[in-house]
Design a protein around this ligand. Structure first.
Ligand code: ATP
Ligand code: MG
Length: 418
């Protein structure tokens, strides 16, 4: 086959698509309980949005973006969104909310694009489910988001490791930045090429480096440079989530290299996964709204990697109550008419019902019922129709009996409960 899918892009079929949809559905239910409303933003934006927010020295902007110039508008370079936060912040400012009604909570769900090396759990198109809260600087808000993630974890029956750090605010930053810069210069010969390039411009990137892991581990720690207020903010977050029953560890390695990321920063990994085990990342970004041209409104958010969450769910094999599957077999035109009504009633139970093609023989339809893994076949032919009944066939036990149509839904529900 010549026209295959692109490297790093996926087709999700059957259960894979289903698991992803399931995680999203559970996350959406949670949003309702937390009073977070949906925001839908474009997948294409001007490249400058990401250059200014995600940052030119970030891996995402320097290496991973899909960009192209627009044919009609000369000089406009567009980028497929590599993450959700910049677009959400732009939309928030563009709607004037930063000035008129700054306290807002949004969630988004959809595909992101990053041109990175594909492997299990790392794709070039992947889905994120993210939450952004604007207008709240208090630690209770940070805690609420972390508890929210733990609620999702619990709902899905997964095991997560919460790793938290505090980067301090703009006031704590200069001393910390200087210490990292000094450390980087001292270890110049051991640094990777990327770190050489970005050390002077953005030394904190060193802490994030995927290559110089050992050096990063021994680098200065932001926690040692926190002012009293930042220390208190962090301690309160830890106290609140601890009291709410979230289990966590403090990990000084959790950083984001940009100036407006501040205070609480976190990464959450799943113990149900292998190498690519980070399932959620987030943190406070009080300077970002202003950087993108808005009012100085604080913000905090996180993004869930949905494919990794789905992989974790599959690995944990959390039993999910699957709906019993019914193959509905109608023989003859009048039976098809009745079966169309029956199918609707059964689905409302709820049961999973697939009406098979009445153009095939009974034998062929029973074969098909086996093939789709149906638990029961409900067979309606002219004789059954005349008696207002159906044959109920237990495909596992290979037993069959006649049931009157007004008893059918109840019988199937009872069978399901067994
Ligand atoms: P990583 O260190 O794994 O590259 P990241 O720091 O680039 O992650 P974020 O930009 O913070 O990740 O995105 C949040 C989450 O989105 C990650 O924790 C991960 O679950 C998911 N994610 C990021 N990149 C990919 C990808 N290429 N494919 C699948 N999921 C991804
Ligand atoms: Mg990455």
């Amino acid at each position: 086959m010549e026209l295959t899918r692109l490297k790093g892009f996926q087709d999700l079929l059957g259960t894979q698509a289903q698991t992803l949809a399931y995680v999203e559905a559970r996350a959406r239910l949670l949003m309702e309980r937390y009073g977070v409303s949906e925001i839908k933003i474009p997948m294409l934006e001007r490249i400058e949005l990401y250059q200014r927010s995600t940052g030119e020295t970030s891996e995402i902007v320097s290496k991973q973006m899909y960009t192209f110039s627009d044919r009609d508008e000369a000089g406009t370079t567009l980028a497929l969104r590599p993450e959700g936060t910049p677009g959400v912040v732009r939309a928030y400012i563009e709607a004037g909310m930063d000035r008129s009604d700054p306290e807002q909570r949004f969630f988004y769900a959809g595909p992101m694009f990053r041109r990175e090396r594909p492997q299990k759990g790392r794709y070039r198109q992947f889905n994120q489910f993210g939450v952004e809260v604007f207008g709240r600087a208090d630690p209770a808000c940070d805690a609420e988001l972390l508890v929210m993630i733990d609620d999702l974890r619990r709902d899905l029956g997964l095991e997560f490791q919460f790793e938290l750090n505090s980067l301090g605010h703009a006031g704590c930053r200069p001393a910390f930045r200087a210490a990292v810069l000094e450390y980087g210069r001292r270890h110049w010969d051991e640094l990777c090429r990327d770190c050489h390039e970005r050390l002077e411009r953005n030394p904190l990137r060193l802490l994030d480096c995927k290559i110089d892991v050992r050096l990063a581990e021994q680098a200065p720690r932001s926690l040692d440079y926190l002012c009293a207020e930042c220390r208190a903010h962090f301690d309160t977050v830890l106290d609140l989530i601890g009291a709410a029953g979230v289990r966590f560890v403090v990990n000084p390695r959790i950083v984001r290299g940009l100036d407006y990321y501040m205070r609480t920063t976190f990464e959450i990994t799943s113990t149900n996964l292998g190498a690519q085990n980070a399932v959620v990342a987030g943190g406070r970004y009080d300077g970002l709204v202003e950087v993108l041209g808005g009012a100085p409104v604080p913000g905090i958010g996180f993004a869930i990697g949905m494919e990794r969450m789905a992989l974790a769910l599959e690995a944990a094999r959390t039993p999910r109550a699957a709906l019993p599957r019914i193959a509905l077999i109608a023989l003859g035109e009048a039976a098809v008419r009745k079966a169309t009504q029956i199918a609707r009633e059964l689905r409302a139970m709820p049961l999973q019902v697939e009406m098979l093609s009445s153009e095939r023989s009974l034998k062929a339809q029973l074969k098909r019922a086996d093939r789709i893994g149906a638990n029961y076949a409900v067979i309606v032919g002219p004789d059954e129709l005349a008696r207002s009944a159906a044959q109920l066939r237990d495909l596992g036990a290979s037993s069959q009996r006649e049931v009157s149509l007004d008893r059918l839904a109840a019988e199937l529900s009872a069978a399901r409960a067994q």
